[in-house]
Structure formats: structure tokens, C-alpha cells
Design a protein around this ligand. Structure first.
Ligand code: 13P
Length: 248
């Protein structure tokens, strides 16, 4: 683990109803120490209620996406100020499920990052290659392009995290080896420092993709891994707390 304060963030994706809020309360009760930042990004329907339920604890709450515009005729979408108003402090942007399912481009993600900053939200910007791109030896180039295209110049001085999530590792039980994770994270750090100077050295780089209690310790100890973005294993507090406790 590097010197940055580690972040462990749960992405509930399209899972969870009001009964699942009990899981968040259990996580909140289990994280009294200040050494690690822990957050949960539930479905939009639960953001307000979860933020109210865990107010006064160390658990942070966020959204899984937002639109770049603040308001308007955009049926079905939610904006960054709406997430903030609901009590969110984080927002996941550019997740591969949105890039592939909704055609989100790097340029669009960049405008969403600006919107998040303007609303006072901390974006967690996701990047990662497909299996086909990895097998073609393009992983580092793909991720470099996504970083350069998805992060606006205005990040300087703003709170922001990057999450490396290889598409082929998401929800599959497959994970890259530790050297493979390190190669990408070290490369991302290089791109961040090249583009943003010392600000780029302070951006946490989370790993995501089939993180579970059994592999969290080795992934979280890898070079330039500043935390984890956890999908399936964040849905049950017992598993998520085990991952949180794996941070060395
Ligand atoms: P899994 O942990 O379920 O593989 O999901 C990872 C992810 O996409 C988190 O954003």
C-alpha cells in the first residue's frame, strides 16, 4: 500500500432495496478507525436514505453515475447537484458497464468529472481494458488513452480517485496477477504525474474486478494500489468488512 490514505469503495450496481440498508449500517459500525476511507455507492434510489442512516459515522455514500448537466429534460437521469443534495459525497464515473452499455466516451466522462467537481462531489473515474485489448498487448495504451481523455485539466487541487478495472475481471472471478496489476498501476501513476505533476502523485489508484476477502490482501498490498472498488463482495457487510480489514 502506498502512503495515500487507502479507499475501499463498494459499488452495489443495480442491487439492493431498503432492506439492504442494514448492510450499510453494519459496515458503518465496523469502521471506527480513521486510517481507511470507506464508501458505498448504492443504486440512486437508496442514496438519500443511506446517507441519512449513516450520518455521523465514517461511511461515505455516493452515486454510480451522474449526468453532466445540472438539470433539464433528461428523462431517467440524475445530476451531480441532485446526488449532493441527497447526501452523496462520491460518484463513480466512466464505469465500463456505462462505457459499453451506454456508449459513454472519454470526452463525456470528462464533462461528468467537471460536473461532479462543480457540485462538490469526489469522482472515482474508472478505466480498464477488455480481454481482447489485453490479449493484443494494448492494455497500457488503452488505459493511458482513457486517463488522458477522461480527466479534465481542472482536476488540480480537487479530490479525485481513479479505479483500474480490467473489463474481463469484473464479475468473472478472474483477476490479473499481482505483477500485472502493478504494471498497469505504475503506468497509470506515470501518466497522472506526466499530466498533472505533483497533483498526479496524490491521486489514489484503486483496483477493481473480482476483489473478494480471499484475494484482497495481496491486491491491496500491490505497488501503487491505493484501495479497491468492490462490486459483488460489497453487498454483504461481512464480506465487505473482511476486505476492509485486509488493508495492511
Ligand atoms: P466485481 O467486484 O463484482 O467484479 O465488480 C467490480 C466492479 O465493477 C466495481 O465497480
Amino acid at each position: 500500500m502506498n502512503a495515500l490514505r487507502p479507499m475501499i469503495i463498494g459499488n452495489w450496481k443495480m442491487h439492493g432495496d431498503t432492506a439492504a440498508l442494514a448492510e450499510a449500517l453494519e459496515v458503518a459500525a465496523g469502521i471506527t478507525g480513521a486510517a481507511i476511507r470507506v464508501g458505498i455507492c448504492p443504486p440512486a434510489t437508496l442514496v438519500h436514505r443511506m446517507a441519512q442512516d449513516v450520518a455521523g459515522t465514517k461511511l461515505e455514500v455516493g452515486g454510480q453515475d451522474c449526468r453532466a448537466e445540472s438539470s433539464g429534460a433528461y428523462t431517467g437521469d440524475i445530476s451531480a447537484p441532485m446526488l449532493r443534495d441527497a447526501g452523496g459525497s462520491l460518484v463513480i464515473l466512466g464505469h465500463s458497464e456505462r462505457r459499453s452499455g451506454y456508449g459513454e466516451t472519454d470526452a463525456l466522462v470528462s464533462t461528468k468529472v467537471e460536473a461532479a467537481f462543480a457540485a462538490g462531489l469526489e469522482p472515482i473515474v474508472c478505466v480498464g481494458e477488455t480481454l481482447q485489448q489485453r490479449e493484443a498487448g494494448q492494455a497500457l495504451d488503452v488505459v493511458r488513452g482513457q486517463i488522458l481523455g477522461s480527466l479534465p485539466d481542472t482536476i488540480v487541487g480537487k479530490p479525485l480517485a481513479v479505479a483500474y478495472e480490467p473489463v474481463w475481471a469484473i464479475g468473472t472471478g478472474l483477476t490479473p496477477t499481482v505483477p500485472e496489476v502493478e504494471a498497469v498501476h505504475v503506468s497509470i501513476r506515470g501518466v497522472l504525474v506526466e499530466k498533472f505533476g505533483q497533483d498526479g502523485a496524490r491521486i489514489p489508484i484503486l483496483y477493481g474486478g473480482s476483489v473478494k476477502p480471499s484475494n484482497a490482501a495481496e491486491l491491496l498490498a500491490a505497488r501503487e494500489v491505493g484501495g479497491a472498488l468492490v462490486g459483488g463482495a460489497s453487498l454483504k457487510s461481512a464480506d465487505f468488512l473482511k476486505i476492509i480489514q485486509s488493508v495492511a
